[in-house]
Design a protein around this ligand. Sequence first.
Ligand SMILES: [Zn+2]
Ligand SMILES: [Zn+2]
Length: 298
Amino acid sequence: MTWTSPFARPGRWLKGNLHTHTTQSDGQKSPQEAIAWYRDHHYDFLAITDHWVHTPGSGDGLRAGFILLSGAELHGPGYHMLCLGLSALPPRELDGDPAALARAVRELGGLPYFAHPYWMGQSSADIAPVKEVAGIEVFNSVCEQMVGLGYSRVQWDELLGQGRRLTGLAVDDVHWKHGAQGRGFVMVRTDDASEAGILRALAEGSFYSSTGPAILDLSLATMEDGQPALKVRCSPCETIVFHARGSRGRRIVPEEGRALDGATWPIKEDQVYLRVECHDAAGGVAWTNPLYVSDILS
Ligand SMILES: [Zn+2]
Ligand SMILES: [Zn+2]
């Protein structure tokens, strides 16, 4: 396998929220009102993900210039599963077995993700046996707003360090009563601005997640000593953090009084993976998806 940066792919960037509740379950806006809110706030797409309710997507058609991904949030004891692109609900009897449920979601054409692991008290050891999930929510706005349990980066890093290939989503999980809207979003790179194109880009990791900062480029580079490296460029930030296993990553801070707009860090064989977080002065974070070192150095 080789690594292709989302920034090297053809197409354009589309902004979306992947976790939305409406009056179909425990949200306080109708699906139409939810779509209108995100469309009015310059999003390009949305997934409505009510509890055990399947909301169809827009297919290749657009709803008034707006793309809808089919979605549902499923759950059983100890876990919630955000499901995107599924054609129907799987049988609810499977809810006692998250691996079987995730497999059924895959069979229905969907992408399953564990939602808000930190808030659920779900450890990486709980997640590890479920090989079928595409990723986890690294940021969940309502869990952060309500109880300060929104960031699941420890679970993500532990699983990535074990060699698992998982993407990280930032989402609102908006219920329209806690001010969660407009905080966690994904920026997807695709040349196919349709439901299918966005789902494919999500599956391929052709996106980044954010609560504010923009990532402007992510590319391979070479250090002065000839080592391969990962280079990021971003909107003005206070710190840029490279996360890795083995040979560690690094927190990069700017010279006093200046903002960072990029950084470079070497790729080493024992790191397993390297991913970047850009933190801005307002407390916003942008997350790249991981680069798997074996894709670069093998
Ligand atoms: Zn949930
Ligand atoms: Zn939810």
